[in-house]
Ligand binder design. Structure first.
Ligand code: NAP
Length: 346
């Protein structure tokens, strides 16, 4: 760090941010890691991670994150609470205004702010989120012993949530808007084979009943044999409407990238808000963004794979790209200094 300007700030402390911090710290860049609103990221909401290389018996998501943080700290990374509220990325150094009220200045930035759970848009969800409605079965599943619960979604997250909830709930119904799952075959098979997990195909959730005092008490589902019944219901078309008694609802319909702080900056985002990397289009596998000195890693720049192991991979790439960029700007500055004529007597 020169003066109060850091060489490298890593925004986010999920697996991508931690991997960038390990690589940055081992390169003597003394990275400062801004932990973000959800320290540790999505892996802290997961039970066992079975597909992270090197753990044949699986590893707990929280354990993997704690070990990664320990590893980064061991090489000298510093961690600070807070997330970026706004950023001035128009010149050097980059200036980051944090939720804590501080401003942090840095030459290079790795954006590893991940993605947050998407909401369905059902009536009642604003009031009941956290009161029987949840986006995290591993966090809230144990509150639903003996309940009948719904899981909304058809991807791997929905299967994982359903299987976890089946340990506590009397019954779990996966509500999916089509008649075909998006989940990987192995996860889908496990859910289909579980005796306490049922599927409501071509069905969507339109309302959740309950109160903050009582929690969730019921839900309204709509279904149509052609799928996507909600838009038909909203258009006034004929769909089946069913009120069900349930004690819990879990959303597992994917995530949205945490890039609000980049909207007014020159960093290019795609239509869904993901950071676009390799702005020149011809640079394969780079983490560079449209702003010099700003790199991106993990789910925030990867709508397709979103795996712990790919996030760790792009995290390491972002730190290596940042290191190379810092070295090249140092070389440029040194070259420019050589060209500047010195005053007599200097
Ligand atoms: P996802 O794969 O994008 O699946 C989202 C699901 O939610 C889809 O089935 C989608 O339906 C449905 N959906 C989206 N918007 C909806 C809406 N407004 N209303 C109703 N349904 C809606 O997301 P994910 O399951 O969170 O998985 C994300 C990534 O993480 C994937 O790459 C996945 O493999 C990975 N992951 C892996 C594991 C594991 O290996 N253990 C666990 C969790 C996640 P459609 O299918 O109709 O689009």
């Amino acid at each position: 760090m020169a003066g109060d300007v850091h060489d490298l700030v890593v925004a986010g402390s999920g697996v991508a941010g931690l991997s960038a911090a390990v690589y940055g710290a081992r390169s003597d860049l003394d990275p400062l890691v801004l932990e973000g609103d959800e320290p540790g990221g999505q892996l802290t909401l997961t039970t066992d991670v079975e597909n992270y290389l090197g753990f044949p018996d699986g590893v707990g998501g929280m354990e993997l994150i704690q070990r990664g943080k320990e590893q980064a700290e061991q090489f000298g990374a510093q961690f600070r609470h807070g997330s970026i509220e706004s950023a001035d990325l128009d010149g050097q150094p980059l200036a980051l205004s944090l939720s804590t009220g501080e401003t942090v200045r840095t030459r290079a930035l790795v954006v590893a702010t991940g993605a947050s759970a998407r909401w369905v848009g059902a009536d009642g969800e604003d009031e009941l989120m956290g009161y029987g409605l949840s986006t995290c079965a591993t966090c809230d599943g144990a509150f639903h012993r003996g309940d009948d619960v719904l899981v909304v979604g058809g991807g791997d997250s929905a299967m994982e949530e359903a299987l976890f909830l089946a340990k506590f709930a009397d019954s779990v119904t996966v509500v999916h808007r089509r008649d075909e799952l998006r989940a990987s075959e192995i996860m889908a098979e496990r859910a289909r084979d579980h005796e306490d997990v049922a599927f409501a195909w071509n069905t969507e959730l339109v309302a959740i009943d309950g109160s903050r005092e009582e929690g969730v008490t019921g839900a309204t589902l709509v279904s149509h044999p052609d799928g996507y019944p909600r838009e038909k219901y909203e258009a006034g078309e004929d769909v089946d409407v069913e009120a069900v008694d349930v004690g819990g609802v879990f959303y597992a319909i994917g995530h949205e990238p945490n890039t609000a702080f980049l909207r007014d900056t020159p960093v290019a985002l795609d239509g869904d808000g993901y950071v676009q990397t390799a702005p020149d289009g011809d640079a394969w596998a780079t983490t560079e963004t449209a702003v010099s000195g700003v790199f991106a890693a993990g789910d925030v720049m990867d709508p397709d794979y979103q795996q712990a192991v790919t996030a760790a991979g792009t995290g390491s790439m972002a730190a290596l790209d940042a290191e190379e960029w810092l070295a090249s700007t140092d070389a440029t500055a040194a070259g420019a200094a050589e060209l500047v004529p010195t005053e007599a007597g200097d």
